[in-house]
Ligand binder design. Structure first.
Ligand SMILES: CC(=O)N[C@H]1[C@@H](OP(=O)(O)OP(=O)(O)OC[C@H]2O[C@@H](n3ccc(=O)[nH]c3=O)[C@H](O)[C@@H]2O)O[C@H](CO)[C@@H](O)[C@@H]1O
Length: 352
């Protein structure tokens, strides 16, 4: 039997970068996969035990201020050297990355060794590293077709963004929610969103009065997370079974990270989207526009959204099941549920 191919996956920082990479890795059980991340981010908790995690220190390189261009270049050169050494010592045959800062040294190191690189960009407005370095990659896959407009010199393929396998089969929900009540899920990306949490807590009473239940994923950093108590209200800092939750939900109130939006299309969950206003280059607004333009959701900028406006919009949806049904099917029309397999196929072609 031939030896398994060795693949390095560089994905780091947030759930939005990690979950799609984990979903892809799940489709490559015959590969010897190892992970590249940084020491103090979510990968130390989320990367499954079967993938050894190597870390490099990107501090300084990630800071926008403080270091001059020369400082940043020196850091980058140092990171590239570390990744090159890792790739050579372990005889990796290729690299997959989901973008972000970790992608810069990873792509440059792998290409300097002539290894194939597959870059997956989940956002509708590709990040800076993707825009700068995609011409160097062997293959560039995008989650949303809109991203292709920003990568004019690159040949890209629209693969969608991989979702964890649970999203594609019906999941049971281990939360005590009655069967026939409308369910609203509130989620602020993998870190939670304090501003959305506050808006929701101020608006929720009339949704309870209308019979709705709320599952509110607050993130770990909300000091007031426990301030609202109600029999129809479940609050958790983080929840693993997002597939079960989105499948059951009638409506989501959410930030507009690419991974979450992709999941919402796969589970066909209508959404009120409130893009994170401080995201790099306002990229969440571009993601949200993809769903809004397709009629799968509506978008509010955080600055224009008052508790009253949110309250009345949700009440409107709770009274309009037909409208929600149409939004569900429009969300479904955007979905590429087998994105992980499509990307895995690409990996098999290039890394062997
Ligand atoms: C603030 C910021 O810049 N965030 C970016 C970050 O995503 P960030 O991680 O903030 O957000 P995403 O929405 O893309 O992904 C969140 C992921 O965490 C999961 N989840 C969330 C809460 C929870 O309780 N349990 C759980 O499992 C979601 O199901 C999803 O898979 O990378 C994304 C992909 O490049 C970008 O589109 C986002 O804009």
């Amino acid at each position: 039997m031939s030896k398994p191919s060795r693949l390095l996956i560089a994905a780091s920082g947030t759930g939005g970068h990690l979950f799609p990479a984990i979903a892809l890795a799940e489709q490559l059980p015959d590969y010897k996969i190892e992970w590249l991340g940084v020491p103090n981010r979510l990968e130390t908790q989320l990367v499954p035990d079967q993938y050894p995690l190597h870390t490099i220190n990107l501090e300084g390189f990630q800071q926008r201020f403080g270091l001059g261009t020369l400082g940043i270049l020196l850091r980058l050169a140092n990171s590239i050297r570390q990744v090159r050494q890792l790739l050579k010592e372990n005889n990796f045959q290729g690299l997959v990355t989901t973008g972000g800062y970790i992608a810069a040294p990873a792509i440059l190191a792998a290409r300097s060794l002539s290894l194939p690189v597959i870059l997956h960009e989940a956002n509708a407005l590709p990040g800076k590293v993707t825009r700068w370095l995609s011409p160097w990659c062997t293959n560039v896959a995008v989650g949303f077709a809109a991203a292709e407009n920003y990568l004019p010199r690159v040949s890209t393929v629209v693969t969608g963004t991989p979702v964890r396998s649970q999203f594609r089969t019906p999941q049971t929900l281990d939360l005590p929610i009655p069967e026939n009540v409308p369910l609203i899920v509130v989620v602020g990306g993998s870190q939670g969103a304090v501003a959305i949490n506050q808006l929701v807590r101020q608006s929720a009473q009339s949704w309870f009065d209308a019979g709705a239940w709320i599952v509110h994923l607050t993130g770990e950093n909300d000091p007031d997370a426990q301030s609202l108590q109600h029999p129809q209200y479940i609050t958790l800092p983080f929840y693993k079974n997002m597939a079960g939750l989105f499948q059951r939900a009638n409506l989501a109130i959410s930030r507009a990270g690419a991974a979450t939006l992709t999941e919402l299309t796969v589970t066909q969950t209508p959404a009120i989207l409130i893009p994170y206003p401080y995201a790099a280059e306002d990229h969440q607004l571009f993601n949200a526009a993809v769903l809004a333009d397709a009629g799968a959701g509506i978008v509010f900028r955080q600055s224009e959204l008052t508790p009253q406006l949110l309250e009345s919009k949700v009440l409107h949806f709770l009274k309009s099941p037909l409208e929600l049904k149409e939004m569900r099917s429009r969300a479904g029309a955007l979905a590429i549920p087998d994105s992980a397999e499509i990307l895995a196929e690409l990996v098999r072609k290039l890394v062997n």
